[in-house]
Structures are given as C-alpha cells and as structure tokens.
Design a binder for this molecule. Structure first.
Ligand code: GDP
Length: 198
C-alpha cells in the first residue's frame, strides 16, 4: 500500500470524542523516545505529521490521522516517562485504558519497542494488559539500524522467551523497522492493507 494522503483529524483525551466515522483503526504506542513519531512520519512520508520530540512525554493526547480516506492511524501518548507527575500518569492511564477498552473499531495496536533493549517491565505490563483484555496487537522493534543483526536477533529471542514464559503460547507477530533506512515500511503497510481488504 502507498500512503497518498495523511490528514490530521483531531486530538483529545476522551475516547467519547474520538471520530465517529467507523473506519478501521490502527494504534501506535510505546515508551517515550522509542521512535514512534519518526516511524509515523516514515510510514506516511510526511516529515512533520507526528512531532518528533526533543521533549519526551509531551504528546499526551490521542491523535487521529485519516489515511487515504480509508483508515485511521492513531498516535497514542508515550508511556513510562519518569518526569511526568503522578496525577498526570494516573489520568493518562485511565483515558488510555478507556480508549483500548471502548474503541470498537480498533483493529490492531502496534506496540513499539526499541530493539536495542532487553525486555522492560513497563512494556511487558502494557502487553499483558492488552492480552488480558483480548486487544489484538503486534510488536514493532524500532531503530534496527542502530545495532548489528546478530544483536537484534538475540534481543528478539529474549523477548520471545520472556513472552512465552508469561501470557503467550508463542511470540506475537512482530515487525522490524528503521525510520532512518525505511526498513520494514513495505511489510508493515502491506500487513495493514491486507487486514483492510478482508
Ligand atoms: P518518540 O518520542 O517515540 O516519538 O520518538 P522520536 O520519533 O521523537 O525519536 C526519538 C529519537 O530517536 C530521535 O532523536 C530520533 O531521531 C531517534 N530515532 C527514531 N527512530 C530512529 C531510527 O529508526 N533510527 C535511528 N538511528 N534513530 C531513530
């Protein structure tokens, strides 16, 4: 699939105010600084659609973008940024949980993980929340240009091991991307396209 149009629609912190249009929806979420904005810009071919951050934790809203007049790409707030106050964290958690639990047109959530890191508690907990609530998700290992292939494979193996020790019988579907080289772009967009055609 080629993304021809990517239009900002609305930002808010209330799932009730998300677009009423019943288009298929794909959400992107991960720790602050994981490379989410860079990935969204790479996928859509627009440099400034999602703001890349010098200031992690700033985008605290649910952002809807309409793609090819056909589906919504949803940019969700980054989680796990230490400098956000406790009350902000709590509000974040409740509205983000409401989004996942109430948004019926959400087809798939992409959980972004920096491929350089060992499995982190906050990511595992978030995926467990999705799993327990039967919310479909895939993993995207970001910034693949930053490490050697052998390291990348080892880190993914560690994730796979960790996940199969907890809720999952097998490693969920995953993608490997780089916003720098555009690796993984075609595969990811083809995956979304195939689901949309079903
Ligand atoms: P966000 O907070 O998750 O939206 O992360 P950003 O997209 O703002 O990226 C955080 C930092 O990582 C920025 O300095 C980006 O330039 C850098 N970055 C993001 N993706 C990649 C990537 O695929 N490769 C490399 N080398 N750097 C990346």
């Amino acid at each position: 699939m080629k993304i021809k149009t990517a239009d900002f629609v609305i930002s808010n912190s209330d799932v009730a105010k998300c677009p009423k249009e019943r288009l298929a929806e794909y959400a992107f979420i991960g720790r602050s600084n994981v490379g989410k904005s860079s990935l969204i810009n790479m996928l859509t071919g627009q440099n400034k659609l999602a703001k890349t951050s010098g200031r992690p934790g700033k985008t605290q809203l649910i952002n809807h973008f309409k793609i090819n007049n056909n589906w919504f790409l949803v940019d969700l707030p980054g989680y796990g940024y230490a400098k956000v106050s406790k009350s902000v964290k709590k509000t974040f958690q409740s509205f983000i949980k409401n989004y996942f639990l109430q948004r019926e047109q959400l087809i798939c959530t992409f959980v972004l993980i920096d491929c350089r890191h060992e499995p982190q508690k906050i990511d595992m907990e978030f995926m467990e929340f999705l799993g327990e609530n039967e919310i479909p998700f895939s993993i995207i290992f970001t910034k693949s240009d930053k490490i050697k292939l052998s390291e990348l494979n080892r880190n993914i193996k560690n994730y796979s091991k960790k996940m199969t020790q907890t809720l999952w019988e097998e490693m969920p579907k995953y993608f490997i991307t780089s916003a720098t080289s555009s690796d993984g772009k075609e595969e990811l967009l083809t995956y979304i396209d195939e689901i949309n055609q079903q």
